[in-house]
Each structure stands twice: as C-alpha cells, then as structure tokens.
Design a protein around this ligand. Structure first.
Ligand code: C2E
Ligand code: MG
Ligand code: MG
Ligand code: MG
Length: 285
C-alpha cells in the first residue's frame, strides 16, 4: 500500500516489499559465488516408457545455501536469469549432467533444462559442443528441454538456434507444453523430438473431464506430428492408467520416482539387467 509522506511524496514500497527486494539482492549476491563454492548440485528424476522401462533422467539443479539450506530452483533460477548468472549455472549443470550420464548404461538419456536467456546468446551451440566433446557422451543421449518462452521472442531465431543444436545430434524436448502463449504453428516448423505435457493437466486428470480432453488433444496433436508425448507430474496410479489408456508414450513424476542424487538410482543406471527389475517393479503398479 502506497503511503503518503507529506509534500506529495508517495512511497510505493511497503516494508514487506522492501524486505523482499533486499532478500532478492542478498540471494543474487550469494548465488554469484555458489558455483565456485560447490553449493550447487544436481538431482535426477527418472522417466519411463509406457511399457515400464526406464528410458532416462531429467537433471534438476539444487542450491545448498550455507545458511538457508536447500533453495528450490523456482526461487533462484529467476534470479539467475535476471542477473545473467544463468549462463554459468546452465553450463555447469550441463557439464555435470553429461559427466554423470557418461557412466550410465548407454541406453539411458539425460535431459537438461535450458533457459531462454541461454538461448538468446549466440554461443549456446558452441558451449554444448564443447561439453559433448569433454564428457564423451554420445550426442543422441542428450536432450535439451526448452519452454515455449524461448519461441515467443523470435521464432525465426529460435528455429535457427534449434537447427544448429540438432546438427550436433542431440535431442530437443518442448517442456511445460500448454502453459505458454505461443501459437501452435511453431510445432510444424521446429525440430522437436518430444513434447512434455505440463503437470497441471496431469494433476487434474480424473477430477475433471476437461483435463482429460486437453490431455487427449495434446496427445492427438503430437502424434499427428509424429512426436512422442511425455506426461509430467504423474503422482497416482489412476493418472498413470488414464495416460496409458490415452496412448501417452512416456511418464515422469513422483509415482515413478522423485528427483534424487544419482546414487539413489545406482541400480537403475547400472545395467540393462538391473533396470529390468525396476521395470518389473513399475509394471506391478
Ligand atoms: P521442470 O523442468 O518442468 O521440472 C519438473 C519439476 O516438477 C521439478 O521441480 C520436479 O521436481 C517437479 N516434479 C516432478 N514430478 C512431480 C510430481 O509428480 N509432482 C509434483 N508436484 N512435482 C513434480 P523442480 O526441481 O523444483 O524444478 C522446477 C523448475 O525449475 C523446472 O521445471 C525448471 O523449469 C527449473 N529448473 C530446474 N533445474 C533447472 C536447470 O538446471 N536449468 C534451468 N534453466 N531451469 C531449471
Ligand atoms: Mg546397454
Ligand atoms: Mg524440465
Ligand atoms: Mg516441466
């Protein structure tokens, strides 16, 4: 609430907002040294095929702040994006994820989120190429997740950036599909390898007919374009069953596995044979 302080001066910031701003600045300052201090780490969340087989993991960054404890990415990624710190952080996450994935069973892929800010810079392809060379991971095992936000700004530029990335042999997934503001026309012109349907649609599956209609339409649209669909945020067996019934290709969510340091999934990444056990456990659902 704006307060009048005499002489026509209006204070637009309440003490609470002021505190928020200071908090943000403090976080940004701490984030500046977080990579160098080894405070960032990556957790991995499994992705499964509808038949139960684990096909890969999504890398999700976490920040262990020395005083605040774990700060979730929803809090610090926006700050990193506003301050350009996302460039260094994004590169660090990619390198870490590829390094780790290089030691997994070679049929497993790793998916890494890429911010629109990284995209806007011209040297993303060079950075990805360097990390691929350094870590020796086959490019086909790497998937970059982009959001529709990347596409709104400049579709032509986004398309040429995506094409240059595709030349490296990596895969591209469209994340959080259905929550952005883009027109659907880009779907036919961009080199996408899969669509991730946003977890908000999955969450209300079984509760509203509308969410089922949306999920069905997205799957139909994607399949019409020859693209597989992965459903995010699958938490219940009912959701899993409904998705399989609708022909959804792949699933990710707490039901299949939460994000954890990769050690928690040592059995799964170890070999095909052990992964078979996970498959059996999953299909028992
Ligand atoms: P996202 O890429 O859509 O990642 C999925 C988010 O949903 C993750 O949250 C994950 O923990 C959460 N999730 C997975 N399954 C379930 C479920 O069954 N139920 C619910 N309620 N949530 C589930 P997280 O790790 O907090 O990340 C949030 C967002 O932060 C990500 O959304 C992504 O946009 C961003 N992010 C995370 N890591 C990175 C990164 O390395 N770089 C960039 N640029 N962004 C990242
Ligand atoms: Mg193998
Ligand atoms: Mg993602
Ligand atoms: Mg998502």
């Amino acid at each position: 609430r704006a307060k009048h302080e005499g002489r026509g001066v209006v204070r637009f910031f309440t003490p609470a907002m002021d505190q928020q701003l200071r908090d943000r600045r403090a976080l940004e300052r701490d984030l500046r040294s977080a990579v160098a201090n080894g405070e960032l780490f990556v957790e991995y969340q499994p992705q499964r095929h509808s038949d139960g087989e684990i096909i890969g993991f999504e890398a999700l960054v976490r920040w262990h702040h020395p005083q605040r404890g774990i700060v979730p990415p929803a809090e610090f990624i926006p700050i990193a994006e506003e301050s350009d710190l996302i460039i260094g952080i994004g590169e660090w996450v990619l390198r870490q994820a590829c390094r780790e994935a290089a030691s997994w069973d070679d049929t497993l892929q790793v998916a890494v989120n890429v911010s629109a800010i990284q995209f806007r810079r011209g040297d993303l392809q060079q950075m990805v190429r360097t990390v691929l060379q350094e870590t020796g991971i086959p490019p086909a095992r790497l998937e970059l997740e982009i959001t529709e936000g990347v596409l709104i700004e400049n579709l032509a530029r986004a398309a040429s950036m995506l094409n240059s990335l595709k030349i490296l042999g990596i895969r591209i997934a469209l994340d959080d599909f259905g929550t952005g503001y883009s027109s659907l026309s880009y779907l036919q012109s961009l080199p996408l390898d899969r669509i991730k349907i946003d977890r908000s649609f999955v969450a209300s599956l079984g509760r509203t007919d509308r969410s089922l209609a949306i999920v069905r339409a997205v799957i139909g649209l994607a399949h019409g374009l020859g693209l597989p669909v992965l459903a995010e945020g699958v938490e219940t067996k009912e959701q899993l069953r409904a998705l399989i019934r609708e022909g959804c290709d792949e699933m990710q969510g707490y039901l299949i596995g939460r994000p954890h340091p990769i050690e928690a999934y040592a059995e799964v990444v170890g070999s095909d044979q052990r992964r078979q056990k996970m498959l059996v456990r999953n299909s028992a659902l």
